[in-house]
Design a protein around this ligand. Structure first.
Ligand code: NDP
Ligand code: MG
Ligand code: MG
Length: 336
């Protein structure tokens, strides 16, 4: 597979194109600042008085009401929550977007599940950094950049590919490495990854391990370091050199425990559940349920997310992390 870097993308490939960033949250804030620092003409569409509006002003960006920001833009990045995109498209973008402009997504949900049906004259493209917004900004500032995916759903103007690659480059994605995909592949793999492995699976693994130790009478602080804190050190080894590198650094005893007990935790039963989750993403069941949950006012969502934050591992972790000077230092710097 080809991985594009900055040298593969012609300088000035989207020169003179105005970029409107709609929404100034996790991704919007990072994209807007990175693209501006890369020399692009960026306007941020934010609701007056909202948090995004305040932050964008404080960061020194040009701002406008979302419908004003859209007018005259060549590339319109829709970076509001996925569930808000259908309405934002219908009421803000569709009536105001310039003919031949590009609609850019950071995740393909709205297109794949038919929530947004873009106007016939618009390019439809995707630039999806494989990391949270905060990191997209921090890696850019360090001269690195988060690996990103790009995809072309519709190329009406003949400029769609240049627009996606140019935007990704300005956002630091080509420094991190740029991979081509489709809206479908990005959407389904992203949803699967966050549910089964990254946000859902890893979290439940940590909580399950922590609670097993605490219920057996071990001190919660010891369980916290063992099951949560130390995970970062292991993941850093994965990140740097894969499973092979982890195996180089852990003890022989840990390696034997890993190969003999690991497959008892994540086993055929777990993999069957993973397959089930993937099928529900592919056949639209997950999307339908998530949309219905939003339409019902997100009561279950709020309750479950709250329950996640009210567990023993969270209160134990909060007091332990207060002692971690290396964690508290950047927080103070960010607040300043
Ligand atoms: P956020 O939840 O952080 O976005 C919040 C922003 O959207 C705020 O500025 C908010 O305005 C604005 N907003 C919400 N509703 C509306 C509305 N109806 N009209 C106008 N503005 C609105 O979004 P994310 O950055 O998490 O997600 C954006 C996209 O990026 C999604 O498609 C997501 O899947 C994708 N993505 C996200 C990643 C992440 O790390 N979070 C990673 C990769 C992709 P206000 O401030 O006024 O409330
Ligand atoms: Mg993701
Ligand atoms: Mg996602």
């Amino acid at each position: 597979m080809e991985i594009y870097t900055n040298d593969d993308i012609r300088p000035g490939v989207i020169a003179g194109q105005r970029i409107a960033i709609i929404g100034y949250g996790s991704q919007g804030r990072a994209h807007a600042q990175n693209l501006k620092d890369s020399g692009h003409d960026v306007i941020v569409g934010v609701r007056e008085g909202g948090k995004g509006w305040k932050n964008a002003k404080a960061d020194g960006l040009a701002t406008a009401e979302p419908s004003e920001a859209v007018k005259g833009a060549d590339i319109i990045a829709i970076l509001t929550p996925d569930m808000a995109q259908a309405e934002v498209y219908k009421t803000i973008i569709e009536p105001n977007a310039k003919k031949g402009s590009a609609l850019l997504f950071a995740h393909g949900f709205s297109i794949i599940y038919g929530r947004v049906i873009p106007r016939d004259d618009m390019d439809v493209i995707l630039v999806a950094p494989k990391g949270p917004g905060d990191l997209v900004r921090r890696e850019f500032q360090r001269g690195r950049g988060v690996p990103s995916l790009f995809a072309i759903e519709k190329d009406v103007t003949g400029k769609a590919r240049d627009r996606a690659m140019g935007y990704a480059k300005g956002n630091g994605g080509a420094t991190g490495g740029l991979l081509e995909t489709t809206f479908r592949e990005e959407t389904e793999t992203d949803l699967f990854g966050e549910q089964a492995v990254l946000c859902g699976g890893a979290k439940e693994l940590v909580i399950g391990g922590f609670n097993t130790l605490v219920e057996a009478g071990y001190q919660p602080e010891i369980a916290y370091f063992e099951c949560l804190h130390e995970l970062k050190l292991i993941v850093d080894l994965f990140y740097e050199g894969g499973i092979t590198k982890m195996n180089e650094f852990i003890s022989e005893t840990a390696k034997w425990g890993s190969v003999s007990s690991g497959p008892r935790v994540i086993n055929a039963e777990t993999r069957a559940r993973m397959k089930e989750i993937l099928t529900e993403i592919q056949d639209g069941t997950f999307a339908r349920e998530w949309i219905a949950e939003n339409e019902a006012g997100k009561g279950a969502y709020d309750d479950l997310v709250k329950a996640d934050s009210e567990q023993l591992i969270e209160s134990v972790g909060a007091s332990l992390r207060e002692r971690m000077a290396w964690l508290n230092a950047p927080k103070a710097a960010e607040a300043a």
